[in-house]
Design a protein around this ligand. Sequence first.
Ligand code: PLP
Length: 396
Amino acid sequence: MSRIERFAKRVSIKESSLRTRMLDIAAGLKDVIALGRGDPDLDTPAHIIEAGQKALGAGATHYTHPLGMPQLREAIATSIKANGGGDYTSDEIVVTSGAQESMFVAMLALIDPDDEVIMPSPGYNSYHQAVELAEGKTVAVPTFEKDGFALTAEAVEKVLTPKSRMICLINPSNPTGMVIPPSEIEKLAALAVKHDLIVISDEIYARLVYDNARVQPVAALPGMKERTITIDGFSKAYAMTGWRVGYFAGPRTLVKAMAEIHHGLAICAPAVSQHAALAALTGPQDSVEAARREYDSRRVVMMAALDRMGLSYAKPNGAFYVYANVSSTGLSASDFCLKLLEEGRVMMFPGSLFGDHCDDYVRISLLQPVPRVEEAARRMASVVAGLKAQKLTKSA
Ligand SMILES: Cc1ncc(COP(=O)(O)O)c(C=O)c1O
């Protein structure tokens, strides 16, 4: 092998090729209904786009302050507080290129080789990659449909070792859509204090909750601000994925080191997007409520369809995903997703892409209008019925 073909040891090229394979198959098909990616189909609200356009016209084409525009950081601090979160000053907040950058900054700044990071399984896969790049070790805690996929303090306590350094909470969860009950968050926080652990609390879906669910911001709990990094962003609640703007908030002591890494990686988040984010936070919030209601309608439609198909799931009360168990079809979730794409022209991803400990679940992103969700459900029902009939014939 030539010397140039060698990768750094920290790079592991996995068989995550399933996603690529599915996207390739979809490219060759007509009228595929995309319920795969977590990218809202709704448009960024007009007043936010306008603020971005205005900012560009006014010369927002330069680097900003590395931590982010001061007026944006102040607006973020106000918004965190207004939504029941911790008390932050603007030097405890760093604006990043999407929440995605925040998670890599957190791991690179806070994780040493062999430090253990406790993570729910399934969970948002980029956290695994961030830990890997920091040469830490992910300790996966399996969560189960029968418990509503909740990560419990009891399960976390069982995996603690002297090397445990951090707990990652994704609340509401991607991919399961579950909100961790506030009482459980309190127990997890107490565990973090007892064992002197850092908590990452990814609350990017916190404003998209249903059935009166409530997300308890970790940093607002007693003794938690000093050990919590809250990660959040604008992509989901304001349909701003392409703007690439998010943030983290934490205690000054940790933020100082994280800000250095952020500067090295990105210098600053895009200036135009910071202006748009400022308009998002300070402008009318009715678009967030309208989006929440829209996702809720889609969720209700999909849950009813799954009930009719006889596929089980834990009723999601946050984000915009339903995590459904397809094992009764006789296929693994990975094979099911391929079959559904090829035969039903519906794209969804198997839980294995989210570090699930089993290959039984598919993540259904509710990111198409209700009539398309209904059509996707019809196509899925037909594929499921075919598979179940085949299974019966085989076992007869
Ligand atoms: C839990 C979670 N955190 C962070 C992100 C990344 O968001 P952003 O677009 O702000 O980088 C995602 C994207 O799907 C996510 O699901």
